[in-house]
Design a protein around this ligand. Structure first.
Ligand code: C2E
Ligand code: MG
Ligand code: MG
Ligand code: MG
Length: 282
């Protein structure tokens, strides 16, 4: 019995693995056409100023509406984009799209919103000449680089130190700000904070999820805020879902918060309606 069960399990796993590999191949092939077919869009999640409650920042998050499979989460298709190199054209599109959106909101609504875009480690070193493209784009549109924040993870900072540092300096020259995403989850040493001029730390959701008075997580968050402020860095807490979490973060002087408490990532028009239009006079 054990033997047949064992074989059964084995077959089950190989089947699952085959299905995974197959889906992976199908998605890789479909992703090739997704950009051209208009299936990729950016959604925007507000980042709230904890002292004033205002929304002057948002994070742009990619969404893929697959024609037959529906929404595919970034956690599933970003790794595929990285493996296939598609992350480079997609990443370039994300940047252009985000810049165009900043300009649109500025010109049409007179709102100054800072938008952050994510860059995976693979993209980060690959997009050499893209920098010049943005510079031209930013100048043509009358924007300053500080309307854009680039979010990178600590993983970017672990290897290729020199090239990464050089690339970050190029951003700085454009005036583009830099945020360390998922802060606290990587294994890199903190010494990069001394060497590199970053503007924001984003505390990972795994630290904010269980925030409670007198918890270790609260002590950790507070220590991060104190350290960051001493280094002239502002802190954004990710994954804020409750008012209790928000209040604790405010008490420890965290600068900004982002999470479902305020809103999920929204299509541009919906974001605009919710956060950028003045409330109608009554
Ligand atoms: P991230 O940059 O850390 O983005 C935050 C993720 O947390 C988003 O997931 C967001 O929807 C989710 N989130 C926000 N607030 C809450 C909350 O209160 N609770 C919970 N449980 N989750 C919350 P999303 O949109 O699925 O994106 C996942 C990851 O995919 C991102 O993590 C980022 O690493 C990557 N990604 C998304 N868009 C892009 C892109 O344009 N380029 C690249 N390279 N990566 C991207
Ligand atoms: Mg991010
Ligand atoms: Mg994050
Ligand atoms: Mg700074």
């Amino acid at each position: 019995v054990a033997k047949s069960q064992g074989r059964h399990c084995f077959r089950f796993f190989t089947r699952a693995m085959q299905d995974d590999a197959l889906l992976h191949m199908v998605l890789a092939s479909d992703l090739r056409h997704a950009l051209g077919a208009g299936q990729l869009t950016l959604h925007y999640q507000p980042i709230v100023d904890l002292a004033g409650g205002r929304v002057r920042k948002a994070e742009a998050l990619l969404r893929w509406l697959h024609p037959t499979r529906g929404q595919i989460p970034p956690s599933q298709f970003i790794p595929i984009a990285e493996e296939t190199g598609l992350i480079n054209p997609i990443g370039a599109w994300v940047m252009r799209q985000a810049i165009a959106q900043v300009v649109d909101w500025k010109q049409r609504l007179g709102v100054e919103l800072q938008i952050s875009v994510n860059k995976s480690p693979v993209q980060f070193l690959a997009d050499q000449h893209q920098q010049e493209d943005w510079l031209i784009l930013l100048e043509q549109l009358g924007l300053s680089g500080s309307d854009i924040v680039v979010e990178i993870t600590e993983g970017v900072l672990m290897d290729n130190d020199m090239r990464v540092a050089a690339r970050l300096l190029e951003y700085r020259d454009l005036g583009v700000q830099v945020a360390i995403d998922d802060f606290g989850t990587g294994y890199s040493s903190l010494s990069y904070l001394k060497k590199l001029d970053v503007d924001f730390l984003k505390i990972d959701q795994s630290f904010t999820r269980n925030l409670a008075p007198d918890s270790h997580d609260l002590s950790l968050c507070e220590a991060i805020v104190v350290m960051a402020h001493k280094l002239g860095i502002q802190v954004i807490a990710e994954g804020v879902e409750t008012e209790a979490q928000r209040d604790l973060l405010r008490q420890i002087n965290c600068d900004f918060a982002q999470g479902y408490l305020f809103a999920k990532a929204q299509p541009a028009l919906e974001f605009e309606r919710l956060f950028l239009k003045p409330a109608p006079a009554r």
